[in-house]
Design a protein around this ligand. Structure first.
Ligand code: BYC
Length: 317
């Protein structure tokens, strides 16, 4: 088949909602778009462990500590599923990690903000994981099989994370005046960065058109952002916190909550590496990578020894 026929067959399968698998023919642009998105997603999961890790030793009770530890461990697992999915597209994990550590690859803007109090653990679970779920549930139906299948498990775990965060905030909001203030302060600081997680507005999103045409993305950045606002506002009312947007109001005609202007200058600054914590996050990532070298070496030596033993026992047989 020539390239035109291959492209035609590929689009026919996309339109019929069939999954594309790693060994199937795919356009180079599709492969590159997936590698970029899956790698950025994987990086976000492992960098996302850092702001919360600060609170493992500061959690107020043993129960909170165990839940937080489990959540952070889940994020590491999500990173692993996603790096594996990216590898099926012919890129190796060390290359992807080099790109992260050198500052070449992006990861989610949200993880470049500081975690100042325990209430931030609640706000991250509720708002950040809440935003992540809305973005990721449609990815379970993504046209690329390994990414879609990885997302099914990720989304199940993210739902626990979101409830964990909401429950932390609910407890604080039903507590003392000081605890309520702490919860409100965390919501004030995490609201707008969470809105930015969905990416640039539709008119400025350079990858959306192709990703939607090829079934990688099922909804646009603005569509998902609107869903997030509509879902989160009633939850904020139950908590008794306000969302820091003076323009937020219900629009009867569309049935949606209208929200104020996002500070795109801040967003662009953060994704270009100039947010409040970009440098420290990358420093901690590089340190973790270097300190983990002996583990990787030991695992490779063990795997090599096992492979040798297997081949020797096969020869004997
Ligand atoms: N931060 O054309 P666009 C999580 C980049 S949740 C940084 O709209 P696309 C977690 C974009 O990559 C977070 N960069 O792109 C939760 C592109 O850059 P390049 C991770 C961003 O791909 C809780 C440029 O801006 N989730 O992991 O169509 C605990 C133009 O944007 C951001 C995912 O990654 C941002 N917020 O749409 C722990 C979900 N937004 O490559 C962990 C999967 C945009 O051209 N990803 N950029 O230099 C997606 O759904 C899409 O990639 C996005 C962006 C909606 C994020």
């Amino acid at each position: 088949m020539n390239i035109v026929d291959l492209e035609h067959e590929f689009m026919k399968r996309i339109k019929a909602d069939q999954k594309i698998e790693p060994k199937d023919w795919m356009p180079e642009k599709y492969r590159q778009t997936l590698i970029r998105q899956i790698a950025q997603h994987a990086h976000s999961e492992i960098v996302g462990m850092l702001p919360e890790a600060n609170y493992i030793s500061r959690a107020p009770t043993l129960r909170r500590k165990a839940a937080l530890l489990a959540k952070i461990q889940d994020e590491a697992g999500h990173g692993l599923y996603l790096y594996c999915a990216a590898e099926t597209l012919g890129v190796d994990r060390d290359t992807l990690l080099d790109e992260l550590h050198s500052g070449k690859a992006k990861y989610s803007s949200i993880f470049n903000y500081p975690t100042l109090t325990w209430a931030d653990m609640g706000a991250i679970g509720w708002l950040v994981d809440g935003a992540a779920i809305l973005n990721q549930v449609p990815l379970c139906k993504c046209s690329f099989g390994p990414y879609a299948r990885a997302m099914v498990r990720v989304c199940k775990e993210e739902s626990f994370h979101q409830r964990q965060g909401y429950e932390i905030l609910l407890t604080l909001c039903n507590g003392s005046e000081e605890q309520k203030k702490m919860a409100q302060d965390a919501v004030n600081r995490w609201w707008w960065p969470s809105m930015m997680m969905f990416g640039p507005s539709d008119e400025n999103s350079k990858h959306s058109a192709y990703s939607m045409e090829t079934g990688i993305k099922k909804f646009s950045n603005d569509e998902l952002r609107q869903r997030f606002v509509d879902q989160t506002k009633p939850q904020a009312d139950i908590l008794g916190v306000t969302l820091p947007d003076k323009d937020l109001k219900f629009d009867e005609s569309s049935g949606h909550w209208k929200y104020g202007e996002i500070d795109w200058e801040e967003f662009n600054n953060v994704i270009q590496g100039n947010g409040p914590c970009n440098k420290i996050r990358l420093k901690h990532r590089r340190e973790a990578w270097e300190k983990g070298a002996w583990v990787r070496d030991a695992a490779s030596a063990y795997a090599a020894k096992k492979a040798l033993k297997n081949s020797e026992s096969k020869q004997v047989a």
